[in-house]
Ligand binder design. Structure first.
Ligand code: FMN
Length: 221
């Protein structure tokens, strides 16, 4: 058994508390630099994730260069406009008020890549479900997100980008696929309510509506 010691143990909150206080952060970043030892703890948490056939198919590119942060922020702004152009009426007005990234403000971007060649051609458990590799990368992201929450840090997942553009920006070789840009850093607070709820975009649905017993049953409208 691994013993949890030191600072982490002193500040430990219950796992459920961490899960329920995790938030996607955009406007709360303070820009305070993230210490290397903290970053290492977060990356270790990500690297401890389960993975299909133990393939560990993830890569983490730590981006601090302001030039790269700026270039990505500009690309994301363009993609935001592309998405906004698909909206009309109340949806367009509501979306206009929502901030969708904190790329410059966080001062640190973590690009998470998926390498489908990791673990060789016969990854145990992936023969019938190719996506199982991708699922593994998302497990690593969630580990990091929860670890960051436990450390009192913010994470903002940005997906307003074209994969080829981000791959070129940080030099991902084919076939490594970017799965996420995570804005990571110190925050003034972790809000109680998700931004999308606060702005009336969407609300968290009741658990009962997504739990089925024995067989799938259609949701009542
Ligand atoms: C795969 C994925 C992509 C996301 N992309 C974005 C994004 O581009 N911009 C953004 O502001 N939030 C993004 N989010 C965050 C969601 O909007 C957020 O998780 C959701 O509104 C619930 O809020 P919470 O995470 O604070 O509970 C993304 C989340 C996931 C899991």
């Amino acid at each position: 058994m691994t013993k949890v010691t030191g600072v982490i143990a002193e500040n430990a909150r219950s796992l459920y508390e961490v899960i329920n206080s995790r938030r996607d952060t955009r406007r709360e970043f303070t820009g305070e630099p993230l210490a290397e030892d903290v970053l290492q703890r977060l990356l270790s948490a990500a690297h401890a994730a389960p993975s299909v056939g133990m393939s560990q198919p993830w890569d983490f590119i730590v981006v601090r260069d302001p030039g790269t942060l700026n270039a990505f922020a500009e690309h994301v702004a363009h993609e935001r406009d592309t998405y906004a152009a698909t909206l009309t009426g109340e949806r367009a007005e509501t979306f206009a008020r929502i901030k969708i990234e904190g790329i410059r403000e966080s001062g640190l971007g973590l690009v998470v890549g998926y390498d489908p060649t990791r673990g060789g051609p016969n990854v145990l458990g992936r023969h019938a479900i190719a996506d199982a590799g991708l699922f593994s990368v998302v497990c690593a992201i969630q580990n990091l997100w929860l670890a960051a929450t436990a450390e009192g840090l913010g994470v903002g997942w940005v997906s307003f980008y074209r994969e080829q553009t981000l791959a070129s920006l940080v030099g991902l070789p084919a076939p490594v696929r970017p799965v996420a840009w995570l804005c990571l850093g110190a925050v003034s607070t972790l809000p109680d309510v998700p931004d999308l709820e606060r702005y009336g975009w969407r609300h968290r649905s009741p658990l009962a509506g997504v739990v089925h017993r024995e067989r799938y049953s259609p949701r009542p409208n």
